[in-house]
Design a protein around this ligand. Structure first.
Ligand code: IPE
Ligand code: IPE
Ligand code: MG
Length: 247
């Protein structure tokens, strides 16, 4: 049986998030410049998106560029932005064929104008697709997102739109970029790094974490299926005891 066939379709993670890491090291291992790794990373993006759609994952969120990544060398940042525009143009067909809706989260105003325009176009073109929501985290930082939520909620309290007593987890959820998404069930990070790097801090409160040494450009459909199988073999206790879950 293939890995894909072993996946239990009734126990799929409702939301998978991926920290796509290791492009630079992948290129370096081949004696190439870092941006060569980013170019090849876009192929792995397509693999992950298609693999998710094929098995019926409803929400996939990809960490493509962090607020901290602006501190990289200017040429690398420029190349990443160019690759974003190129990929959006190229992949719109994959999105339409698989009925995938694109959305983006992050401090999008910081992106170059042509990237914002292309993003808006693809988001608009795919807005009625219902098989899967693909969320790109761009100029995204979880702390930045939480600061924004604090500000927005405080303003509403100040203007008597909501009262302090009514603030609860669901109100906070509604003020995050990810307001329309369920909590992350499975968080994957490639490249052997074991950290979160300011990604979805609130949303991963009870996510299962999966780390693999594979560098992002090498991450293939089978690797995603393996991560999902690993997830399905875990016992998610949410604070309860194992006995409580089985009785
Ligand atoms: C991930 O790969 C892509 C981005 C963060 C944009 P890296 O570029 O971080 O690759 P490494 O970690 O340096 O190998
Ligand atoms: C995290 O990777 C950001 C993205 C994958 C977009 P980084 O490579 O930027 O993270 P650090 O710097 O190793 O923590
Ligand atoms: Mg990295």
């Amino acid at each position: 049986m293939t890995l894909k066939d072993q996946i239990n379709k009734t126990k799929l993670p409702a939301h998978i998030a991926i920290i796509m890491d290791g492009n630079g090291r992948w290129a370096k291992q081949k004696g190439m410049v870092r941006v060569f790794g980013h170019e090849n990373g876009t192929k792995a993006v397509r693999q992950a998106v298609e693999a998710s759609a094929e098995i019926g994952i409803k929400n996939l969120t990809l960490y493509a560029f962090s607020t901290e990544n602006w501190n990289r060398p200017k040429l690398e940042v420029q190349t990443l932005m160019k690759l974003l525009v190129k990929s959006l143009k190229k992949e719109i067909k994959t999105l339409q064929d698989n009925k995938i809706k694109l959305q983006a989260i992050g401090h999008l105003e910081d992106l170059p104008k042509n990237a914002i325009a292309e993003l808006r176009y693809v988001i608009d073109q795919t807005k009625n697709n219902e098989n899967m929501t693909l969320t790109l985290a761009l100029s995204y930082g979880s702390r930045d997102e939480i600061v924004k939520a604090f500000k927005d909620i405080s303003t509403k309290v100040k203007n008597n739109i909501i009262s302090v007593d009514t603030i609860d987890e669901s109100i906070i959820n509604k003020h995050l970029y990810t307001q329309n998404l369920p909590d992350v069930d499975l968080l994957i990070r490639t490249s052997g790094e074991h950290r979160i790097s300011n990604f979805l801090l609130w949303q991963i409160a009870y996510a299962e974490l999966y780390f693999t040494d594979i560098l992002w450009p090498d991450f293939a459909k089978e690797d995603l299926y393996e991560a999902i199988l690993n997830y399905q073999n875990r016992e998610r206790r949410f604070g309860k005891t194992s006995e409580q879950l089985t009785s």
